[in-house]
Design a protein around this ligand. Structure first.
Ligand SMILES: Cc1ncc(COP(=O)(O)O)c(C=O)c1O
Length: 354
């Protein structure tokens, strides 16, 4: 019998690897509560896909560009196959050996993509940025930051952009998690020299599977990126779905109200069971003094010396979270979407001893 070739393992894991978790913990797929990503638990309610939609090849100006332009407030956009496509193409359009500063911890694909193309990547903390601005060619900021949830103000980023611009350097901002707080986006009507913003349809809209995102930048950058794209990189069904989702302002308003409410409830739960439960109850007591759980509208994050063990104990009960097992071990939780999911998580956290 012919054996099935296994695809090579990605060097870094993303969240959402439910099949692997199901195999590892021997829990059927249908029984998992997947909190391992920052993808909205509410998926944009698409209508049935018209049958002809599956047959068509993509073409521009089918309404997607117009919908995106009114959603983002600018027409200087390029549709990409998820912001991931832009992350991988951007290092190809800059001269070789750029000095790229990345605010860490941040979504690992950025560092990987720039390093793989031979650029000189340095990682920075927020406090280190200002002393390094003069010697960087590119400053890369994920805002709000996945995974740490740190959010930098537009004023601060605009100031950094101005300083970078004096040396013809570039500020690249990944706003994949910005949609719940559009007022904090750096996108404005007219593009600015040396400023590139990435947006995703995967997170806030819950449509990660359609692979759609946008790059906002000057025309020359968009043209250079487009040359690296496959002609059909964004499929027609993805364009159809994206257009509907971007146009639905009532649904955007509903998301902007309910997501932060869930996030605050999740933070309270994690603070209670991970950080403030006294030791004698068997809680995973760590420190009671400060707020330790940070959040965006789509996920919560905390560092904890026993993150690995907490992750495992929760996974053994069928709840998948995202473990960051680096020098500062940390966990990220996506949002439970309703009472039942919150109750299930609470029960598991209650029994968690770390
Ligand atoms: C910060 C950040 N940017 C970009 C991406 C890529 O997302 P997509 O390609 O679905 O737009 C991710 C995916 O997890 C992410 O976390």
């Amino acid at each position: 019998m012919q054996s099935i070739l296994q695809p090579p393992q990605a060097p870094h894991q993303h969240g959402g690897q439910l099949l692997a978790a199901s195999h590892k913990y021997q829990i059927p797929l249908s029984q998992w509560l997947d909190l391992s990503t920052g993808i909205s638990p509410f998926v944009y309610p698409l209508p049935n896909v018209p049958i002809a939609c599956w047959q068509r090849l993509p073409e521009i100006n089918d309404g997607l560009e117009q919908a995106a332009s009114s959603y983002y407030g600018s027409a200087n956009l390029l549709a990409v196959s998820g912001s991931q496509e832009a992350i991988q193409c951007l290092p190809l359009i800059f001269p070789k050996k750029q000095k790229v500063g990345i605010l860490e911890p941040a979504y690992h694909s950025h560092q990987q993509a720039w390093a793989e193309q031979g650029h000189n990547v340095i990682t920075l903390t927020t406090e280190q940025v200002e002393s390094q601005l003069d010697c960087l060619d590119i400053l890369l900021v994920v805002n709000p930051r996945n995974p740490s949830a740190e959010t930098l103000s537009t004023q601060r980023l605009e100031k950094w952009h101005q300083i970078l611009q004096q040396n013809n350097s570039t500020l690249l901002v990944d706003e994949a998690f910005m949609d719940a707080t559009p007022e904090q986006s750096l996108i404005c009507n007219t593009p600015k020299q040396g400023l590139i913003v990435l947006r995703s349809i995967g997170k806030f809209f819950g449509l990660a599977g359609i692979r759609l995102g946008f790059v906002w930048a000057e025309e020359s950058i968009l043209e250079a990126l487009a040359k690296h794209q496959d002609d059909w990189s964004v499929s027609h069904p993805a364009r159809w779905a994206g257009k509907l989702a971007l146009q639905d302002t009532d649904w955007h308003a509903q998301q902007r109200k309910r997501l932060p409410e869930l996030a605050i409830r999740l933070v309270a739960l994690l603070e209670k069971y991970i950080f403030t439960r006294p030791l004698e109850t068997g809680g995973v007591y760590f420190n009671t003094t400060n707020q330790h759980v940070h959040h965006t509208a789509l996920f919560a994050y905390f560092q904890h010396p026993r993150a690995k063990i907490i992750h495992k104990q929760i996974a053994q009960q069928g709840i998948l979270t995202r473990l960051f097992n680096e020098e500062s071990p940390a966990l990220r939780f996506g949002l439970p979407k309703d009472e039942q999911q919150f109750k299930r998580l609470e029960k598991v956290l209650e029994g968690c001893t770390g």
